[in-house]
Every structure is written in C-alpha cells, then in structure tokens.
Design a protein around this ligand. Sequence first.
Ligand code: TYD
Length: 221
Amino acid sequence: MSRGFFITFEGLDGSGKTTQLRRLATALEAEGLRIVTLRQPGGTPLGDRIRGVLLDSRTEAELGGIAPAAEMALMFADRAQSLEHVIHPALAEGAVVLCDRYTDSSEAYQGAGRGLGSERVRAMHAAVCNGFQPGLTILLLPPLEGSLIRARRRNERHTKTRGTDESRFEREGDEFYGRVYEQYREIARRDSTRVVAIEDEASIEAIAERILTIVHERMAD
Ligand code: TYD
C-alpha cells in the first residue's frame, strides 16, 4: 500500500476513541504500514499552545473566558497548522494518518454544543481546510451517560497525578453533551459513506477487531 490514507476518530470525551486509535495504529504498524498519529487540538508545537488555552479550565478566570466564535476559530487555527505541517506531508509520503478528532468535533461541540450552528462551522472548514475530509471516520458513540462519567473521572485523576487540568469542556453540563451527541448522530446520518458509527458497548477487543475490518475494507477500495 503506497498511497496515503486519512482516518479520523470521533466521539464524546470518554468514548474510548483514543484507546481504539492506539490499537489500530499498532495493528497497522504490525502489517508494515507507516503510521502517523496526532490529536486535535494539538499535534504541532503551535497546536499544543492552542490546546493549552482551549482546554485548561483556568482559562475562564485568566482570560475572561473564550467567545464561542473565538473557540471555533482557535480550533481551526490548530487544524490548519496540523494539515500543513503534519497531515498533508505524511499523506504525500504514503503514510496512514490517524487523527484523534477533526472537523466533526467542531461541528458537534462548537456548532451544536455552543450553538454556533453547523453552517458556520462547515463554511469555516471550507475556507480554512479547503474542505479536506478524511477517507474514513470512526465515530464511537456509546450511550451518553457512561462516556461522561468516564471522562470526568479520568480528568480528576489527571489533575491530581500530573498537575494538568484539561477539564474546561468536561465541566459543561449534560445538556451541552446531549446536543453534541445528537449532532454526531446527525453527521453520521448525513455523511454515511465517510462516517462509520459504532453505537453499542462491546469490549475494547471486539470493537478494535471491528474497526480493523472496516479499515481493511476501505483501504482496499
Ligand atoms: P481530547 O483531548 O481529544 O479529549 P478526549 O480525549 O476527552 O476526547 O479533546 C479535547 C476537547 O476538545 C474535547 O472536549 C472536545 C473539544 N474539541 C472541540 O470542542 N472542538 C474541536 O474541534 C476539537 C478538535 C475538540
């Protein structure tokens, strides 16, 4: 396989997408493919700085909060940087790029969660990313409640043990996450060729196998 292939992972905080991304990377590497992984926001030095501002809950007090449209613009600034510095170069060299979150996150969180609307997010995607979309998106969407409990627990743990605080989004209420969840389902309905949604709660192992099968099928197309 010499041509590059771009795969994104999407889902709520605590949906298990990061675990699945790592497992897929390991499985594909074992097959001899060149894999590049990154996350958004983050993934470049500039992106890491933007991530700090966006995710640290202290931003609220220190910067007086972030306006929803500013939040969206920062997410896209991060994305533009990783497209130019990481994603496009890796794809040009024939790598498989696995990205933890991409524009669907902006549509779900800023578009629906913050209420900016899908159209504004999609217009920004067209302008900033030239409309560039992955060949496949794995959307992990297990029932809402379990994901949120896991995400909040994990963040408490990280804040205690690593001194990092990335809980700005996890502090949002259930209504916010309800909107994010519904928007993800809408994206999966609308874009049913690109997006494969896994909505049931199976074991990590079983889901990893399903994802690998889907990826093999898509890359063979
Ligand atoms: P991430 O660190 O991937 O969180 P998790 O591992 O919990 O999924 O993402 C950080 C947060 O950023 C997450 O709460 C979703 C949010 N986000 C947006 O709101 N819009 C975006 O465009 C992206 C990429 C992330």
